[in-house]
Design a protein around this ligand. Sequence first.
Ligand code: AMP
Length: 225
Amino acid sequence: MRKYVIMGIQGSGKGTQAKLMAADFNLTHISVGDIFRWHVEQHTKIGAQVKRIMALGELVDDELVESIVRERLHGHDWNFGFVVDGFPRNIRQAEFFLESFDIDGVILLEMPDEMVAERVLARRICSNCGLDYNLLGNRPARPGICDACGGRLEPRADDTPEALAARLRDYHEKTQPIIELFERKEFVARIDATHSIEDVQADIRRRLRLPAAGDKTAEADTGRG
Ligand code: AMP
């Protein structure tokens, strides 16, 4: 059983890296942001509650976030473990999480703010199938059109310069302090997220002593110590 948290500023590649780990190690990928985006798309009551807050790049109320995480972690049959992405984002959420679950490691993706801004403003998502693109490195074959389904590519509603500024501010004020809390209690792997997707993934696996991509037979441990 492997239980990880992946942290990092928006645009540092948390979702991409978490998905790669989840696919290879059968981990359940729990992205609070994805869960909220689903609610917004499906026009649920939760979606109505969070839509404006998300578009402004602000943090959703802790109680709602905690109930979503609790439900997802208690309700799911995660036999091989999980990787939680985008949670916790402040001290209260971190304390709630540490009281309820023990984790094997925290992956911290580090990237300078200027690079985050460049990447985030170049992100596009398919309005039909949800596939991610980035106009800097991962462009579609035809501009504005999804390679997989032909859907229209759009920026995420919260990838505006104003929302990005709010998210950077919250990250430095509220999220960074919990890294110190984790460093006292858990194993934190600090990863340079400015490299390619493959290199970042390889570095994560090395630091957590997980088998490299394509080497699923190798012995792995949790990375503690
Ligand atoms: P993300 O995809 O992780 O960037 O999350 C998108 C948005 O969902 C954030 O800007 C917040 O509005 C909300 N959100 C996601 N995770 C959390 C969290 N742990 N606490 C509060 N709000 C969150």
